[in-house]
Structure formats: structure tokens, C-alpha cells
Design a protein around this ligand. Structure first.
Ligand SMILES: Cc1cc2nc3c(=O)[nH]c(=O)nc-3n(C[C@H](O)[C@H](O)[C@H](O)COP(=O)(O)OP(=O)(O)OC[C@H]3O[C@@H](n4cnc5c(N)ncnc54)[C@H](O)[C@@H]3O)c2cc1C
Length: 417
């Protein structure tokens, strides 16, 4: 069991309990380093990476994990500000596994429509960075390790939560430990227990699709570019990795995804190369494949007195533009900023009127992204020749209008702040 700093914090009665130490929960903890709050993070699963190996020089040669995230510039800026990394091209040992991408190339497989975003053309040094989820989590954990106000309990499961709006929440852990907190933060993913105990309703819309993910070696170099192909069957992304490989996310209807999962490696390599129009040539090597059900959903409220939901606990979207973690990171830093400012001004930092500011700041932006991703999926998911014409003309037109391109990348992808 990993338990950091328990000697310095009264774990029976603290200011903030964060349920869930995924990327978003750990970002929230990082945003609270050295703030005037005692914080406990509860996470049930240990990271499946060998920390000793991580410090080993040879680690940079180890095969990348299949779950990766495209982290945008504004999220990177937060991570740099709190010291998780020192720059997008960080020299920290683990950060050697971060792959900065400078271009994004999007095309419609049913026609000639295409659009390219180039960091040089947009006047920025990079569009974002691809990071393995477990490496980002380890970097976030390393950064909170010395913080005297933060305790990380893992593996620890929630056995029960007693939440009454007027009193501090009481959390019972499977180990029997009880913790009282003035603010209970649900960073516990799509099936949030914290959201459930607060009876917060949530919309749920399965796409009836699975995301097939794996890492591949390709004949051509990835050119520090994120590649995205839209097909009526679903989008396919090739995200560049630090070791020259690409991480793929291929969204397919359930039956088609199951077929792809069942193919042997040789047949899968051919199917993948064909689906990607051989943009990166033949597929030379392929790792083990995993699949995830895809859905979108939104909590009707993010906050209650003494309670807040962040990240996937508050909203989840289609991974087609790789924005889920970025939205969650933005939630985490927005909530931290609001409660820190309230505490510093001697205001009621965990009262509903303070937390409501967080909901006002984030819910609209998150809903807009959810609606945009669903609209994109619908527009490109149609096999209709008329729509295909419009899509292709639209993509190519935007590609020739720099001001509009800039606006899209700024607003839809959060690349420029
Ligand atoms: C195929 C795919 C590709 C994606 N690619 C991208 C991308 O490129 N870029 C991007 O920004 N987003 C991407 N996303 C979305 C992104 O992965 C999620 O939005 C993000 O991981 C959500 O983080 P989170 O910390 O909110 O939730 P989670 O990652 O779900 O973390 C929740 C944590 O809470 C813990 N937990 C839950 N319940 C309890 C409990 N009762 N007690 C203790 N601990 C608990 C869990 O163990 C977990 O660690 C992708 C998603 C998918 C499916």
C-alpha cells in the first residue's frame, strides 16, 4: 500500500477528500500543493509500472503502454506551472517518453477533403504532446510526493460515503479507516460513486461503438504529426509516440470492432494499413490490442454543498478529438483556483455559491465539446454521397482559410490559449 505523508496530516478529519487518483484527480491534488488545505487522495488501483525500472536509464527503451492521451497546450501549461514537467520537451527522466507533435493532418477517406494544422503556421512551438496515461500519472504522483499537505492512499477502495449537505462528508474505506472532509471531490470516472451518493443525475448515450487501441510500427516516419482519418465506419487516429511508433485509436461499430479484435496480427496489419490509406505505409509491427466501449454523458449538476465532480465523473465524450482528459484537467485547475481564492479571501470556500462558480466556468465549455464531438461523429459517420461532397468541400475550404483554421484549432481543440 502506498501511503505518503500520513504523519503530517490528520487523516481522520481533513479539508478535502479526492475519490479517484486517475489523471484528473491527481491534477487536482497537484493544483493544491502547498495550498492551505489538508488533502487526501483515495485510489483503488496501483499503477502497473515498476517505479524502480522507471528510474533506470534503459526505461526510455521500454515499449510504450497502449493507453495514451493527446495533451493540449493549455493542459501542458498547467502541468508546467505546478512543476509536473518543466516544458513540453521536458528533460525529466520519465518525461523523455513524451512525444511533442507539431502537426495534425485530418482527412476524409471517402473523398479528397483534407486539412492540415501546423504549429509553425500558427506561430506556436507545438500543438500538444502524446503521453502514456500511466507515465503522466507517475509524473503527477512524483510531484505530490514531497507535499506535506497531501496524503495519497492506494490501493484503497471506498466502502461507504455518508453525505449530508449541511455536514462534512464521511468516507469509510475498505480498510476500515474513516475520513471526514469539508469538500468531497469525485474524480472517480464515468460511474462516479460520489455523483451517485449525491443523487446527481447523469445523461448516458452509448455510441454502440468500441475504440480499438494498440501501438504500431509503420513503414514511414510519423513526422511528429497526429493523423486522423474519418470514415463512415468511424474515425481512426495515429498518434505519434516517443520511440517512433504510433498509438492508434480506431472507433468502430461493435460488430466490426469485434471482428478487428479477432483477426490475427498479419490480417489486422493489412486491414489497418488499408483503412489509413497507407498514409504511413505498411504496418510493420502491432502490439496487443484492447477495446473500450464508447459513450458520451453529462452530470446534470457538477456541485452540491461540500461536493464537486471533475473529469469523467462529470462528463465523458467520444475520443475522436482526444479531448476527454484535457477537459478534466481544465476542470481540476479551475476548481482549485476558485477554492484557493475563496479561502485566501476568508470566504466559505466549500459552500454551494463558491462551488457554483466552478460549474459556471466549466459546464458550458464541456457541453459544447460534447455536442461538437457528437456532431462530428454523425457528419462523418454518414455514407451519403451528398454529405460526403459537403464534408470534403468544407475540409478543403477551411484548409485554405488561415483565420478560420486558427479559430477552429483555438476553440475546438484548445491548442492555443
Ligand atoms: C480509447 C480512448 C482514447 C482516449 N484518448 C484521449 C486523448 O488522446 N486525449 C484526451 O484528452 N482524452 C482521451 N480519452 C479520454 C480520457 O482517457 C479520459 O477522459 C480521462 O482518462 C478521464 O480521467 P479521469 O481521471 O477523470 O477518470 P478515470 O481515468 O476513469 O480515473 C478515475 C480513477 O478513479 C478510481 N476510482 C474509481 N472509483 C473509485 C473508488 N470507489 N475508490 C477508489 N478509487 C476509485 C479509478 O481506479 C481511476 O483511477 C480517451 C478515452 C478513450 C476511451
Amino acid at each position: 500500500m502506498s501511503e505518503q505523508n500520513t504523519a503530517s496530516v490528520d487523516v481522520d478529519c481533513v479539508d478535502i477528500v479526492i475519490v479517484g487518483g486517475g489523471i484528473v484527480g491527481l491534477c487536482f491534488a497537484n493544483a493544491l500543493i502547498d495550498a492551505d488545505f489538508s488533502v487526501v487522495v483515495i485510489e483503488r488501483s496501483e499503477l502497473k509500472i515498476n517505479v524502480a525500472e522507471l528510474r533506470d536509464e534503459k526505461f526510455s527503451d521500454a515499449r510504450p503502454d497502449c493507453r495514451v492521451s493527446a495533451i493540449n497546450r493549455s493542459a501542458l501549461k498547467h502541468l508546467i506551472r505546478v512543476g509536473v514537467i518543466d516544458s513540453p520537451r521536458s528533460k525529466k527522466a520519465l518525461a523523455e517518453r513524451i512525444c511533442v507533435f507539431e502537426k495534425m493532418f485530418v482527412w476524409d477517406q471517402t473523398g479528397a477533403g483534407q486539412i492540415q494544422f501546423d504549429s509553425a503556421e500558427l506561430g506556436v512551438s507545438e500543438l500538444g504532446a502524446i503521453i502514456e496515461n500511466n507515465i503522466l500519472q507517475q509524473l503527477l504522483l512524483d510531484n505530490i510526493a514531497p507535499a506535506k499537505n497531501i496524503t495519497y492512499l492506494c490501493p484503497e477502495e471506498i466502502a461507504g460515503i455518508d453525505y449530508r449537505q449541511a455536514e462534512p462528508a464521511s468516507v469509510t474505506l475498505s480498510s476500515g479507516k474513516k475520513i471526514q472532509a469539508k469538500l468531497l471531490v469525485g474524480a472517480d470516472g464515468v460511474n462516479s460513486k460520489v455523483g451517485n451518493v449525491a443523487s446527481i443525475a447523469r445523461t448516458k448515450h452509448p455510441y454502440q461503438q468500441l475504440g480499438v487501441v494498440c501501438n504500431v510500427s509503420t513503414c514511414e516516419s510519423h513526422q511528429a504529426t497526429a493523423w486522423q482519418c474519418f470514415m463512415p465506419s468511424g474515425p481512426l487516429a495515429f498518434l505519434p509516440l516517443f520511440n517512433g511508433q504510433c498509438s492508434i485509436v480506431w472507433s468502430l461499430d461493435e460488430a466490426a470492432a469485434k471482428q478487428m479484435m479477432a483477426l490475427d496480427d498479419a490480417a489486422f496489419k493489412i486491414a489497418l494499413a488499408e483503412a489509413s490509406d497507407y498514409k504511413l505505409g505498411e504496418i510493420l509491427e502491432v502490439s496487443q490490442r484492447f477495446s473500450f466501449p464508447l459513450s458520451h454523458g453529462h452530470a446534470v449538476e457538477y456541485v452540491r454543498p461540500g461536493l464537486a465532480l471533475i473529469g469523467d465523473a462529470a462528463h465523458n465524450i467520444h475520443p475522436l478529438a482526444g479531448q476527454g482528459a484535457n477537459l478534466g484537467i481544465a476542470d481540476a485547475f479551475a476548481l482549485a483556483e476558485i477554492i484557493i481564492a475563496a479561502k485566501q479571501a476568508n470566504r466559505q470556500w466549500c459552500a454551494l455559491h463558491t462551488l457554483a462558480k466552478y460549474q459556471r466556468q466549466r459546464k458550458g465549455a464541456n457541453q459544447l465539446m460534447e455536442v461538437s464531438m457528437t456532431a462530428f461523429k454523425e457528419l462523418f459517420g454518414q455514407d451519403n454521397p451528398f454529405l460526403s461532397e459537403i464534408r470534403n468541400a468544407g475540409l478543403s475550404l477551411v484548409d485554405h482559410l488561415p483565420a478560420l483554421k486558427y479559430k477552429i484549432i483555438q476553440q475546438a481543440l484548445g491548442v492555443i490559449d
